[in-house]
Design a protein around this ligand. Structure first.
Ligand SMILES: [Zn+2]
Length: 318
C-alpha cells in the first residue's frame, strides 16, 4: 500500500446541496464540512428556531428506524432520515471524516442516486490527513436471517460486497452483483444507480404521509406496464446496483470501513443494520486494524474517474 492510500481522508472545503426530502416533500439544505482525524462521520440538524443540535456519530447504535430509509436518532426526539445515500457517497469515495448538517428532518433525495453528492464532494476536493486510516477487519463470519433473506459479514482479504435481489416482478427479477470496492469503481458502477419503487405501493405510502416528494425525477417507478421513466434505466441492472449503494451507506454505520466480505440475499436496511449489530456483539468477531497492516492498494492517484475534478484531487494530495 502506498503512502497516500494508508492515510485518513476528509474534504478540502464545505459543500452544500439543496433539494427535497423524498418522504416529507419538504425543501432541505445539506452541508458537508471537513472534519478532524479519527472523528469519523457525524451528523447534526439546524432546527426551525435556528438552533443546532450537537453532532452525533453516524453509527448503527443511533438507528431509530429502517422502514423505507435509514433514520438516525439525534437525541431529544430529533431525527435525521434518509441518511444512506449521502453516507454511501462519502464511504464509497473513501472519506473517513466529515460533518453533515441538514436544516430539515430528512436528507435531500436529489436525483435518487448518490451521484450528485459524489460530484459535489469531488468538486470540493479530497484531502488526505496525517493519521493512518483504520478498518474493521472481520475475523469470524456472522449471518443474520429473516425467512429466506440474509445478510452476512465474512473474513476476506479485501473489500467485497456480493449482493443479490429477487423480486417477484418481471422488470426487476433476480439480479446479482459482486462489487470489489475502489473509489473509482464506486463512482463508475454504483453511484449513479437510482432508488426505485412500485407505483401501487407509492400510492399507499402517500396516503400514509410518506413518499410525498417522490417523482420520476428521483425514483425509478415501476407499474404493470414496466418502467414509467421515459429515459429508461441508467444500467440494465440498476436495481441491484442501487441496493449495493444502500448497503455501502448502511455498512458505513459500523463507524469505520469494513475489511472483509459482505453478502446479502433479498436484504435491505434492516438486515444491514442487524448484521453490524451481531458482528459487534462479540469482540472475537472483528479487530480494528491500521491500513498499513492490510494488503490493500486503493486510492492510488489514478483511482478516480476522468473528468470528475481529478485536478482538485491531485491538488489536495500534492
Ligand atoms: Zn436507497
Amino acid at each position: 500500500m502506498n503512502r497516500i492510500s494508508a492515510r485518513q481522508c476528509t474534504i478540502c472545503k464545505p459543500i452544500e446541496f439543496s433539494g427535497f426530502g423524498v418522504h416529507s416533500g419538504q425543501p432541505v439544505t445539506l452541508l458537508i464540512e471537513p472534519n478532524d482525524v479519527d472523528s469519523g462521520l457525524h451528523i447534526c440538524r439546524i432546527l426551525d428556531d435556528g438552533t443546532k443540535t450537537d453532532p452525533v456519530s453516524v453509527h448503527y447504535s443511533r438507528i431509530s428506524s429502517t422502514t423505507l430509509c435509514t433514520t438516525l436518532d439525534l437525541d431529544n426526539s430529533i431525527n435525521a432520515a434518509t441518511v444512506e445515500h449521502v453516507v454511501s457517497a462519502l464511504s464509497g469515495l473513501g472519506i473517513d471524516n466529515a460533518l453533515i448538517t441538514i436544516d430539515g428532518p430528512e436528507c435531500p433525495i436529489l436525483d435518487g442516486s448518490a451521484m450528485p453528492f459524489v460530484e459535489g464532494i469531488l468538486q470540493a476536493g479530497l484531502k488526505f490527513q496525517t493519521e493512518k486510516r483504520k478498518f474493521i477487519k472481520i475475523l469470524r463470519a456472522v449471518t443474520v436471517r429473516n425467512n429466506d433473506s440474509f445478510a452476512a459479514l465474512e473474513p476476506y482479504n479485501g473489500r467485497v460486497l456480493d449482493l443479490e435481489i429477487d423480486f417477484d416482478n418481471d422488470v426487476i427479477g433476480r439480479q446479482r452483483m459482486i462489487f470489489d470496492w475502489t473509489p473509482r469503481l464506486y463512482v463508475e458502477k454504483i453511484a449513479r444507480a437510482r432508488t426505485f419503487g412500485f407505483v401501487e405501493e407509492a400510492k399507499v405510502l402517500r396516503q400514509g404521509g410518506h413518499a410525498l416528494g417522490s417523482s420520476l425525477e428521483n425514483s425509478i417507478a415501476i407499474d404493470e406496464d414496466g418502467i414509467q421513466n421515459k429515459e429508461g434505466l441508467r444500467f440494465e441492472d440498476e436495481f441491484v446496483r442501487h441496493k449495493l449503494l444502500d448497503a455501502i451507506g448502511d455498512l458505513a454505520l459500523g463507524g469505520l470501513p469494513i475489511y472483509g466480505r459482505f453478502r446479502s440475499y433479498k436484504g435491505g436496511h434492516k438486515l444491514n443494520s442487524q448484521v453490524l449489530k451481531s458482528m459487534f456483539a462479540t469482540e472475537a468477531n472483528y479487530e480494528i486494524v491500521s491500513a498499513d497492516k492490510l494488503p490493500l492498494s486503493f486510492d492510488a492517484l489514478d483511482d478516480l474517474p476522468e473528468g470528475l475534478k481529478v485536478e482538485s484531487f491531485l491538488r489536495s494530495v500534492g
